[in-house]
Design a protein around this ligand. Sequence first.
Ligand SMILES: C[S@@+](CC[C@H](N)C(=O)[O-])C[C@H]1O[C@@H](n2cnc3c(N)ncnc32)[C@H](O)[C@@H]1O
Length: 268
Amino acid sequence: MSYKGETLAKKWARQVVWTMLNEGFSDENERHPVLVLASEVGGDVPVARSFGVDDRRLLAVDQRTAALARFSEAYPNVETFRGTMLAALKRTPRIAGAHLDYCGNLSKSVVYDVALALRRLRGNGIIAVNLLRGREHRSRIRIGGTTKPVGEWMRLLKAERPELKPYQVRLMVVMYALKTQGVSPWSLAVYEYQSGVSPMTTFVLRQDPRCFIRHNKTFFYANQPAHEDADWKRAMLDSEFGNADTFAVDRRTWAAWKAHRTMGTYDG
Ligand SMILES: C[S@@+](CC[C@H](N)C(=O)[O-])C[C@H]1O[C@@H](n2cnc3c(N)ncnc32)[C@H](O)[C@@H]1O
């Protein structure tokens, strides 16, 4: 099963997110669930398993009944919740982490979800928020006492701090919007990557101050699907931490990639 956004770049980005989520798991939060957005693909599950996270520790949320039905067929041991992420968070008092992998832009509802998720975090847990970037200009969000479209907030901040890069400006908008909701997390990393035709950004946030801001430029890839795919295949095959299952690549496809690699080509 595959959906439009399920590109090789996406598979790689998931591994990066889970590497960070995994850093936030500890004795303090081992009994609490990790929230993910399900989709029909459920791409988080095999990656979580590769980090030793048991299916029963995940809570997979989706507001689409059809998506959850397919998800549950593939992953019957993962608990699911049908409804919004906000509703799921409201009934879950403590969490160990979350991968809020939306298919949309930064918006008011994303800010509410992330603020509540951060409040629910226990231990050094991490929240990863994956968004479409670049088309968020019309969504209105509140900063301080004023509500304006995201694009306008970005223009205002950029005018004040012209030296900032777009990802830093976007991060500042997110941080100010969260502060307005009463939470002031730390940013652990910002990743930007191109998933097919969609430019994506991932913010990795935590409440614990032991962190740093990192922006990984290797996640910028030109929108050239053929070359991009070749790069990602090579990266996956060379990776020390992943395999066909964890990248959610069909095992026969994986074997074919390996064979082509041995012959020095991916063509065919
Ligand atoms: C990009 S997909 C998740 C993909 C998944 N993380 C993976 O790696 O395979 C996003 C899913 O979240 C659902 N969704 C988006 N916003 C939501 C919200 N606020 N509450 C509940 N479900 C939501 C969509 O229906 C969609 O199936």
